[in-house]
Design a protein around this ligand. Sequence first.
Ligand SMILES: Cc1cc2nc3c(=O)[nH]c(=O)nc-3n(C[C@H](O)[C@H](O)[C@H](O)COP(=O)(O)OP(=O)(O)OC[C@H]3O[C@@H](n4cnc5c(N)ncnc54)[C@H](O)[C@@H]3O)c2cc1C
Length: 364
Amino acid sequence: MSEFDVIIVGGGIAGASLGAEIARERRTLIVEAEDQCGYHATGRSAAFWLESYGGPKVALLSAASRAFLDNPSAEFAENGFLRTRGDLHLSRESWPELPPGVEARKIERPELERMLPGVKPEWRFAVLEPGCADIDVAALHAAFLRKFRRDGGIVRTRGGLQRAEFGNGRWAIRLDDGDDVSAGLIVNAAGAWADEVARACGAAPLGISPKRRTMVQLRVGRSGLRDLPLVDDDAGTFYFKGEGDRSIWLSPHDEIPAEPGDAAPEEIDVATAIARFESVVDWPVERVERSWAGLRSFAPDRLPVYGFDADVPGFFWCAGQGGFGIQTSPAAAKLAASVLLDQEPDSIVAHIDPHMFSPERFRR
Ligand SMILES: Cc1cc2nc3c(=O)[nH]c(=O)nc-3n(C[C@H](O)[C@H](O)[C@H](O)COP(=O)(O)OP(=O)(O)OC[C@H]3O[C@@H](n4cnc5c(N)ncnc54)[C@H](O)[C@@H]3O)c2cc1C
């Protein structure tokens, strides 16, 4: 039986980024059920960094990740992962409000019409959050996995954890292919499957709920859209951003409870997205080029969960990354690693108290 210090369940951005932080210190195996890491939520995101997203505690992790994403060390990656495009927050009723500390400025109507030609007159209020950026998610995920492997980590795909038992200070783990491995610690980075993985290891689920989100790549009768800002509304009913010269990525901002699985878009959600888009600008919709869906997984308080299970020894949660798992990944991984390794946190997260993300909070 192969023996490890740590087995990380899930090779998405959560497992890969935490793995990259600990592989130098612990013999670590990532087991991924699919035949490629990143097949689920990580490979389906809208790929933006937006500081105002997710509330003030998530914003701490997003802001702490910014410098790393912009300007990673040369040994981690040759180039940064961000391309700034800004976010226009729109409202029909009043000036959109952003959390304190987030850089933003009001946009008057003439400037709005220049930034978003064809915007309908009822969108009377707009605030620009200039820091919003696209994230090159594939490159970031690959860089985390590359560092993980370089530091001695091993990735095993088609290697789903089936069940695990803890005894004599170690986990005995049965994988889907019938193979057995052992480790002192299991990290649950299984995204939408986090509660299922907990049950398979004898830990109580925390109520991590997968919610489906739909994305549509839409071809429209307008050109020059590639650098369009991200555009959203204060009621949270849509967002879209430029993709190609005449295409956008659009979401109806849906959040539909779902079972863990290979999420697919439903026609009604695609239609809703288009209807909402048509209420914002007068651009003719030509066709749906493609659509997809993914699962965003939330803990009951919508904060991520990083830390040791309160009851089951050697079981560490790295779950509930909701709609912010990419943009928070550098800081979240460093914070989680400091708890897991019981070490001083890296300076970029030294000001963040990890207790606010501990699974202990669900016991109170
Ligand atoms: C449509 C959409 C838009 C989004 N937009 C953004 C955005 O703009 N910015 C942002 O920061 N975030 C965004 N997100 C959220 C982000 O994608 C997620 O928070 C993040 O990808 C979660 O990463 P993860 O590694 O936890 O999950 P996943 O990528 O889902 O990885 C979990 C992995 O665990 C594996 N697994 C499950 N069970 C087992 C098992 N028993 N054994 C082994 N492996 C197992 C799965 O196969 C999966 O690969 C978006 C998400 C969606 C769906």
